[in-house]
Design a protein around this ligand. Structure first.
Ligand code: 9MR
Length: 418
């Protein structure tokens, strides 16, 4: 018996030490991934990816501007390195992205490039066919159209007025959006479906995670696409913000709204992927312990909401460590939005797990009973005003790792910076 207890003790120790995010996510049947730019440099970057993530996506290397260097030329070097890295390790590989209003090749964004509507569709088809054929068998799900809707107050791209510069989609401009004709979205999905019917097709957007005007527009887009069999997944970017300031940036989020929105999207028969998660906080002045705790709680809450929704299959952070995050360059005075710390250089370089990491880990560890409910086919009903969850038998889900004191202040958006 003594021998048995010692053996059991060893097993427990071994399990505890192996509880990386990847191990936990594997056990929960969820993909935890990260956007990467530099696999192999520095080596610790790869080590962290291998240890902690079972999913990967190119942060920039697979975008239109990176890949389609000319109307008839393609360059796959950067994207190949990252995709092959993921494939070799059996990761869930996301493709990002085909149609977006940013990071277009210069030949396409040039004002002198003014093809007819028909030629634009022909070019779109050639582009999607070529790239999907190149990566055939390697990509699990692919963002086909990215951010077709602008901010709440604007609607479908292309926008006009104060935010036009940030909201012009050349795809929309070239394909008759002036007449409120957005069939370029359907066409992109149809071309993708025909190019490779084995890939899950995603509509990906931001600021539509909760409820609201933009969220409703996105819901309508994916609902229409789904009814035609053209979309499989809704990608919710989740570029979030928490903190004491209520001004200067978008990214405010309300957890109970996410639960509600996830439910209506899941009811369409869609999978849900959280595709670009980061939770930024103010870095100047330096964050205090309370703010860091709020951020950690934010990550935990987001992962908990995903785990509680059977349709939510992926949780990808937009980067591995803070030093490589897009946030500080786009939101002055904000940052430290990811799961690993800033010490990407130096000797030896280290990527240290942050409180945010522990928050995600806690959520993954705490949801065993919830996964049991999922396995039994029960579903959650919306959280009540006190943020408690109940299953369909009316049992209070006390295991739901959802902090009722967790409040995120709604920020006042002055300018959208994505
Ligand atoms: O993280 C990306 C950054 O390196 C690029 O400079 C930027 C260009 O706009 O795009 C960033 O990634 C975006 C993603 O592709 C789509 N959703 C918003 C992301 C953050 O801007």
């Amino acid at each position: 018996m003594k021998h048995l207890l010692i053996s059991l003790g060893l097993v427990v120790v071994a399990q505890t030490s192996a509880q990386t995010l990847k191990t936990l996510a594997d056990a929960r049947g969820i993909h935890i991934g990260a956007a990467v730019t530099f696999p192999g440099s520095p080596a610790v970057y790869d080590t962290t990816l291998n240890r902690e993530f079972n999913g990967i996506v190119c942060e920039n290397a697979m975008k239109f501007g990176s890949i389609m260097t000319g109307e008839n030329s393609f360059s796959y070097t950067g994207a190949d390195a990252i995709v092959n890295f993921g494939v070799a390790r059996g990761m869930f590989v996301r493709g990002h992205n085909f149609l977006w209003h940013k990071q277009m090749p210069s030949w396409f964004s040039s004002t002198s490039y003014t093809p007819s509507r028909d030629s634009t569709f022909r070019m779109m088809k050639k582009y999607i066919n070529a790239v999907m054929t190149h990566f055939k068998g390697k990509i699990n799900e692919w963002d086909i159209v990215n951010e077709a809707v602008a901010r709440d107050s604007v609607g479908m791209r292309p926008g006009t007025g104060a935010f036009a510069a940030d909201q012009n989609s050349k795809w929309a401009l070239l394909t008759d959006a002036a007449n409120h004709n957005y069939d370029y979205i359907d066409s992109a999905f149809a071309y993708a479906r025909r190019a490779d019917s084995t890939v899950l097709l995603v509509y990906n957007d931001y600021d539509c995670e909760g409820m609201g005007k933009k969220s409703n527009m996105v819901y309508n887009i994916v609902s229409g696409l789904k009814s035609k069999g053209l979309v499989d997944v809704i990608g919710l970017q989740c570029h979030f913000y928490v903190g004491p300031s209520t001004s200067g940036s978008n990214g405010a989020w309300v957890p109970s709204e996410l639960v509600t929105n996830f439910q209506r999207l899941a009811a369409l028969g869609l999978r849900i992927s959280l595709t670009e998660v980061d939770v930024r906080i103010q870095t100047s002045p330096a964050p205090d312990a309370a703010l860091l705790a709020l951020q950690r709680d934010g990550y935990k809450t987001l992962m908990s909401i995903c785990l509680a929704q059977p349709a939510c299959k992926s949780f990808f952070t937009w980067g591995v460590n803070d030093a490589q995050s897009w946030v500080p360059g786009s939101f002055s005075g904000y940052g430290v939005a990811l799961l690993f710390d800033n010490t990407s250089s130096g000797s030896p370089a280290t990527f240290t797990r942050k409180g945010t990491y522990l928050g995600v880990q806690e959520a993954l560890l705490a949801t065993t009973n919830l996964r049991g409910l999922r396995a039994n086919g029960l579903r959650l009903i919306p959280l009540d005003a006190h943020s408690r969850g109940f299953d369909l038998r009316g049992r209070n889900l006390s295991v739901f790792p959802y902090n009722p004191n967790f409040v995120i202040r709604k920020s006042i958006t002055s300018q959208h910076k994505q």
